[in-house]
Design a protein around this ligand. Structure first.
Ligand code: ACM
Length: 679
């Protein structure tokens, strides 16, 4: 990226006078103290009460990360008593043998020039506090230090998760571990492992080996790898909730075991996205015997008290097309396929109860006579969350937090997880356990996963941890930039993903113009997928869109500057910065045109580069009218608004990220309301 554009974007993300804190999530309470505690090679460490190997390992990792943060070796010894200028960890006990929803994650931090004490009832609480301590390290010209303060922190919700879909595209163990490290950084505590779907069955089964042998293209986790991931997560205070999605989204099961499907063999792994090919036959006793034996084999791998059965998007046509199933359903008095699925779920909940597992499923499993211990995960809308709570079920929110929908971080951040529109009693509100973001992987491979998950997941993590009143979007964006740095430092490819992928796409070419383009264009959003995507399971996903990032820096920069101008149309600094950004984006076009002659993949940038240039030109003209205080000609304004509206749509496989903000600018210049909305 040209240095000037990078600097302009940087100055937009670091507002003058912003608080210096980089904590993410913001703690429940923080009281500043006086002075600071110097951190260097002489800083001591103490574990003054309970200790176990999990805490010892966490402290080892902490010291390693601290050493790298301050660029000096740190003390190698850990004492049993606090000493002057030590970081002392005072933990009362281990916490739950298997971490659960009830785990106490509370901690306090007291930092003064004389030393720091981290107190927690459980090891998991200490893990949360250690992450906070690392984020507090700051420096001046000569020393690193922790600011004197006291923090009393605990999460707003006990269930704060991320779903990772490893079925549509397999994610290697290393990728999952990186994700877990990053989740721990922002205090997320549930890894929801979506292990089977139409496109792949991803766990080794010794009892039913054709599941992974025929249902995975050879890309599956061995049972040892599963144990390793679960242990790795536990060491970081993260629960692992497995999901084997049934009775729909289950084509991959039937490649090896077609006898449990409503459909006849042969059944192949589904290679296209969306829609199932085959679903379970809920009318045969053999189906439940099979599932019970499968679950019994898997239970020891997944110690969590919750078990996700999926249950979403069960396509009734697959039952309706089988006369035997329709006749059985009628004979047994189930009025429709929903009732038939509820029967299937009741059978599952009995199997799971034998293993002391609580059943979790998507919206569609909600049925009045399900056991009340069932948890419903809402993906279709917040109103479904309210419906579940009103019927007495614990509920998880996911609908607004699908990261693959490529919405800006603002949208993920400004969600209120407890429905306000629909009066829930305090007891019903208590049933909202929290929520999960989700990264569905139709268009996501391990190669781009970091950049599609982060830093936006940080916005969800804060919403689920921090007090409800923490809602400053500008400050969130400021801290997401810092989070991105931290994640890059840990080895995630959040920002660096684009450069790596462009190196694959165009070795030897100067792709700086494309990197600049990526500051203002992004992958299309949900619902815009079909437009130009044309991929299936065999596609390498190495198109230009796969190198682009969601919510690019130029989008927030533009929004911020337009907001400033809305408050004060004569804010010359905001106007000039915006003009420079627009100029930078419009000048990209000839450079992109040259690159486009050297690679068909780079040529994918042409349509969006043209549209970005036009958007920037309209923005520049609107700014001209605005700063001159002159009304633009009505026909020009109307034509420009219409033109910008079209630019919300993808141009090929990419779309301009700033069109709706430039439309706002245009509306300001014409003194009216913005025309239309961005998707
Ligand atoms: C889902 O997105 N079908 C759970």
């Amino acid at each position: 990226m040209p240095i000037r554009l990078a600097l302009l974007l940087l100055c937009c993300s670091l507002p003058v006078g912003a608080q210096t804190s980089s904590l993410l999530p913001v703690p429940a309470s923080l009281r500043p103290g006086t002075g600071r505690m110097v951190i260097d090679s002489t800083t001591n460490f103490a574990v003054t009460a309970f200790s176990d190997s999990r805490l010892e390992q966490a402290l080892d990792r902490f010291r390693g990360r601290l050493a790298r943060r301050i660029g000096q070796p740190v003390s190698r010894s850990v004492s049993r008593t606090a000493t002057p200028r030590s970081i002392a960890i005072d933990v009362s006990g281990r916490g739950m043998a298997v971490q659960g929803v009830e785990e106490v994650e509370r901690y306090t931090l007291a930092i003064s020039p004389e030393g720091a004490t981290l107190q927690a009832a459980t090891v998991v609480g200490a893990l949360r506090g250690l992450e906070t301590l690392l984020q507090l390290v700051e420096g001046d010209g000569t020393t690193f230090s922790l600011p004197a303060l006291s923090i009393a922190d605990e999460p707003r919700f006990p269930w704060r998760g991320l779903l990772v879909d490893v079925s549509r595209h397999f994610m290697p163990v290393e990728q999952l571990k990186r994700t877990l490290d990053a989740m721990a950084l922002v205090k997320l505590n549930v890894f929801h492992w979506h292990l089977s779907d139409d496109q792949g069955f991803r766990v080794e089964s010794k009892r039913f080996p054709r599941l992974h042998e025929l249902g995975s293209d050879g890309l599956y986790y061995t049972q040892d790898q599963v144990r390793d991931v679960v242990r790795y997560a536990r060491d970081r205070g993260i629960r692992v909730v497995p999901e084997f999605d049934i009775p729909g989204h289950s084509t991959a099961w039937f490649v090896g075991y077609p006898q449990f499907s409503a459909q006849s063999p042969p059944i192949a792994i589904r290679r296209e996205w969306g829609g199932a090919d085959a679903i379970f036959d809920p009318t045969r006793e053999a189906t439940y015997v099979f599932l019970a034996r499968f679950i019994a084999e898997m239970v020891p791998l997944f110690p969590d008290a919750y078990w996700h059965v999926g249950g979403d998007e069960v396509e009734g046509k697959h039952w309706n097309s089988v006369p035997r199933i329709v006749a059985w359903r009628k004979r047994h008095g189930f009025k429709d396929n929903e009732a038939l699925q509820a029967h299937f779920n009741r059978r599952l909940s009995v199997i799971l109860a034998r293993h002391n597992k609580r059943m979790v499923g998507w919206d569609e499993i909600l049925y009045p006579d399900l056991p009340k211990k069932t948890v419903v995960q809402s993906w279709r809308g917040t109103q479904y969350l309210a419906n579940s709570a009103k019927q007495g079920f614990s509920a998880l929110l996911s609908a607004p937090w699908y990261l693959d929908h490529i919405k800006p971080a603002t949208d993920y951040y400004t969600v209120e997880p407890v429905p306000q529109f629909d009066e829930l009693t305090p007891a019903q509100q208590e049933l909202v356990l929290g929520g999960e973001a989700a990264i569905w992987a139709e268009f996501i491979t391990a190669e781009c996963a970091d950049s599609r998950i982060w830093p936006r997941l940080g916005a969800v993590a804060e919403r689920l941890w921090s007090p409800r009143e923490v809602t400053d979007v500008a400050d969130m964006y400021r801290r997401l930039e810092i989070l991105t740095d931290r994640l890059e430092g840990m080895g995630l490819r959040v920002r660096s993903h684009s450069r790596r992928m462009l190196a694959t796409i165009a070795p030897g070419l100067d792709v700086a113009p494309v990197e600049s383009l990526f500051t203002a264009v992004q992958p299309p959003g949900f619902g815009q997928w079909s437009n130009g995507q044309g991929t299936n399971h065999f596609h390498p996903l190495a198109r230009l869109v796969d190198a682009a990032r969601p919510d690019p820096a130029g989008r927030w920069a533009t929004e911020r500057l337009v907001r400033r101008l809305a408050l004060n149309a004569s804010d010359a600094a905001a106007r000039d910065t915006l003009l420079q950004l627009f100029e930078g984006w419009s000048l990209l076009l000839p450079r992109i045109e040259r690159l486009a002659t050297q690679s068909p993949t780079l040529a994918q940038a042409l349509p969006v580069a043209k549209v970005l240039a036009r958007t920037a030109v309209i923005g520049t003209e609107a700014l001209g009218f605005l700063s001159a205080g002159r009304q633009p000609p009505a026909d020009w304004a109307a034509a420009s608004a219409q033109e910008l509206q079209r630019y919300d749509e993808p141009q090929g496989t990419l779309r301009v990220a700033i069109s709706s903000d430039v439309r706002k600018l245009l509306a300001m210049a014409t003194g009216g309301a913005p025309a239309g909305r961005s998707p």
